[in-house]
Design a protein around this ligand. Structure first.
Ligand code: 5GP
Ligand code: MG
Length: 178
């Protein structure tokens, strides 16, 4: 399918399922090599990264673990305003080689906050593996160890990413049409 409709918008294909498969296999091989003997703990950020995390894990050839976290951001009762919390962090990450698996990094603010929360738990090593990065929108300095694709600043859906809750099931990445 070259063009799909999600809710009220049309989207055109920009990264095919085959391109995703090939590139994710390359990244998985690189991570496997870098993490040999280190038993990394992958922390996949829900919801958007579920499909990427599943395919990435299939290509990891060194012993590893995976767990899932959700980043909750809500207005607190106190004057400080916004409260942020990492939900689901059951695994002990102290002293571990942790790789955060994310769908997309846009401004980078979410990832910056998440990394600072995770650092409080003193992992031995903390790296980011993001399927997509929009370099043109980055507002903070982030060290992203593993990037599958850099993309322009357009809104995309598919392969785990949603438009207002829908489109996560699409097997490829689609970009919104004007
Ligand atoms: P950041 O804090 O880096 O600006 O935002 C990252 C989050 O914004 C992602 O986890 C994702 O939920 C959302 N996001 C940014 N760009 C897109 C996009 O093009 N499509 C979709 N579906 N979500 C996006
Ligand atoms: Mg995300």
């Amino acid at each position: 399918m070259e063009i799909v409709t999600v809710k009220d918008k049309k989207f055109a294909i920009s990264i095919t399922a085959e391109q995703l498969r090939q590139r994710i296999a390359e990244i998985a091989a690189q991570i496997s090599k870098d993490m040999e003997g280190k038993k990394p703990l992958f922390l996949a950020v829900l919801n958007g990264s579920f499909m990427y995390a599943a395919d990435l894990m299939r290509g990891i050839t060194t012993p590893c673990e995976i767990s899932f976290v959700r980043f909750a951001s809500y207005e607190g009762m106190h004057s400080t305003g916004c409260v942020n919390e990492v939900l689901g962090l059951a695994e002990e990450i102290k002293g571990r080689n942790v790789i955060v698996v994310e769908d997309i990094i846009d401004s980078g603010l979410t990832m910056q906050l998440l990394l600072s929360k995770l650092r409080e738990h003193q992992p031995a090593d903390l790296r980011v593996a993001s399927l997509l990065v929009k370099p043109g929108n980055l507002k903070v300095e982030l060290d992203i160890a593993y990037t599958c694709f850099e993309i322009p600043n357009d809104f995309i859906v598919g392969y785990g990413l949603d438009y207002d809750g829908e489109g996560r099931n699409l097997p490829a990445i689609y970009t919104v049409m004007e």
